[in-house]
Design a binder for this molecule. Structure first.
Ligand code: NAD
Length: 494
């Protein structure tokens, strides 16, 4: 069915949005559908000069219209942007599905839903933000009054990955803008469509020119690198691979820019024999294979207490083999394609490596065939391994595909030691009905996030971020407001 997942008509040509105008460039690249390999659109790549124009426009808006607004006025604007996304909901869904090949239901209930919620939540949180207040009497008898004020950081550069495009961009734009900053935003080269629609939403909502600027392009030697090297940027918020985070950190070190990094993961789930067995199997299937395994929070390492290990693996196999892989709008579809053929080649190289490292293949390990245009797409089978040693590369490196390795353990101490034995520290999941154990293990996980008897459920006011190579800083709720503000203490002698 050629053209079944075409982009909305306005997205045939994906342009940059700078200083309130949509800007074409001569250099273009293809936006390719991972569902069937068709070229969906041409993307206009921004060069360093256009990035600089965007930064200058953002600086002008900082001093001008945006900086001059009250927080209530800014919040009202952001709600208007969210209103536009709600009104154009189906276009945003089509953009996310076209670029990523994910199920339509997921795009509706996760991506676009969260895009709207991110903007509304931070608009409201910003209105209710407050500072500190302390009264002090010094040893010398002086009476002091201290209070803090929040000021914007300035021009924030936001660089996003492809796995949850609209969600990632609005997760950064919501708090950055409500705090009075202006932005230059770059989506991943793989997912330019919802970003372009988002720029249209800002335009339609009447947000002043220069407040939200969008540039398209790649990382190295392209728009991404130009952003990190531009001296007019005051802070960088980046989500992506740990290696890229490290490159960006070096690029901004001399300018001592503020950075917030949400990076890779190799997350562990620990399943105790006292768990609710059905809920745990369902939970681990979800945490390993949601979004075709392309969520930074997915569990790629699963530690199962020995008495239930065999049964757990057998049940995981059964339920994984029932997952329906297919077109995004197939009824009951669970998994779409991977993001690209390039990424599939990387994931398949791990499928091969796992066998070389001595894995037992429980299920999957290859590519499904359909007998139609999907055979030109980037589909892959969800895959379970057992039998790898703790130092196997497939147990230590982030695959970022639909994979998990399941291994038995004997004691709580052993499970924790092995789960924490990673260069990453993003999220951990515990499956148990023992309340004391849940608390005990949760606080000893070396991760920024721990889930007990669930996975991925979020309250946007809570802190989000990782330890070790998984990130730097926390975002979410007041943690985001703290990052996107310059806090100044004012001390007055009474
Ligand atoms: P990536 O690092 O390859 O690219 C991310 C973004 O950085 C893209 O927009 C890319 O163009 C840009 N970029 C690449 N090199 C750059 C450079 N030298 N200078 C400036 N910009 C550059 O990551 P990806 O493949 O798009 O995303 C997958 C990764 O993201 C995984 O590791 C995943 O775990 C991680 N991720 C983390 C979180 C989190 O919250 N911790 C969330 C989502 C994804």
């Amino acid at each position: 069915m050629p053209g079944r997942f075409a982009l909305p008509p306005t997205l045939g040509s994906l342009r940059n949005y700078v200083d309130g105008e949509f800007v074409s460039t001569d250099k273009r690249f293809d936006n390719v559908s991972p569902l069937d390999g068709r070229v969906l659109a041409q993307v206009h790549e921004a060069d360093a000069a256009l990035v600089d124009r965007a930064v200058q426009a953002a600086r002008k808006a900082l001093a001008g219209p945006w900086g001059g607004m009250s927080v209530d006025e800014r919040a009202a604007m952001m709600h208007r942007v969210a209103d536009v996304i709600e009104r154009r909901f189906d276009e945003f869904v089509a953009a996310e599905v076209g670029d990523t090949g994910r199920p339509v239901e997921q795009a509706k209930k996760l991506d676009v839903f969260r895009g709207i919620l991110n903007l509304r939540t931070f608009a409201d949180l910003g209105k209710n933000a407050h500072g500190d207040y302390f009264e002090t009497r010094t040893a010398g008898g002086d009476n002091l009054m201290n209070y803090t004020v929040r000021k914007p950081l300035g021009v924030v550069a936001s660089i996003s990955p492809w796995n949850l495009p609209l969600l990632s961009m609005t997760w950064k734009a919501g708090p950055a803008l409500i705090c009075g900053n202006t932005m230059v935003v770059k989506p991943s080269e793989e997912t330019p469509s919802s970003a372009t629609l988002l720029a249209e939403a800002f335009h339609e909502a009447g947000v002043p020119p220069g407040v939200f600027n969008l540039v398209h392009g790649f990382g190295a030697n392209s728009a991404g690198e130009a952003m990190t090297k531009n001296p007019g940027i005051d802070a960088i918020t980046f989500t992506g691979e740990s290696r890229t985070g490290s490159t960006i950190m070096k690029a901004v070190a001399d300018g001592m820019k503020e950075v917030s990094f949400e990076l890779g993961g190799k997350n562990a789930a620990i399943v105790f024999a006292d768990c609710d067995f059905d809920a745990a199997v369902d939970g681990v299937v979800r945490s390993s294979f949601t979004n075709t395994g392309q969520v930074c929070l997915c569990s790629e390492r699963v530690y199962v207490e020995r008495p239930i290990f065999e049964r757990f693996v057998a049940e995981m196999k059964k339920r994984t083999e029932k997952l329906k892989i297919g077109w995004p709008d197939d009824p009951g579809v669970d998994m779409g394609s991977l993001i690209s053929h390039k990424h599939r080649a990387k994931v398949l190289s791990y499928y091969k490596l796992a066998l070389e490292e001595g894995a037992t293949l429980v299920t999957g390990g290859g590519v499904p065939t359909f007998g139609d245009e999907r055979d030109n797409g980037a589909f892959i089978q969800p895959t379970i391994w057992t039998g790898l040693s703790d130092d196997a590369r497939c147990v230590r490196e982030e695959v970022f595909g639909p994979v998990c390795h399941i291994t038995p353990f004997d004691t709580e101490e052993e499970a924790l030691r092995r789960a924490n034995d990673s260069v990453y520290g993003l999220a951990g999941t515990i499956w148990t009905t023992n309340l004391s154990r849940a608390h005990r293990v949760a606080r000893r996980f070396h991760t920024g996030i721990v889930w007990v008897n669930t996975w991925y459920l979020r309250d946007l006011r809570t802190p989000f971020g990782g330890t070790k190579l998984s990130g730097l800083g926390r975002e979410g709720g007041r943690y985001s407001l703290d990052f996107y503000s310059e806090t100044t203490n004012i001390c007055i002698k009474l």
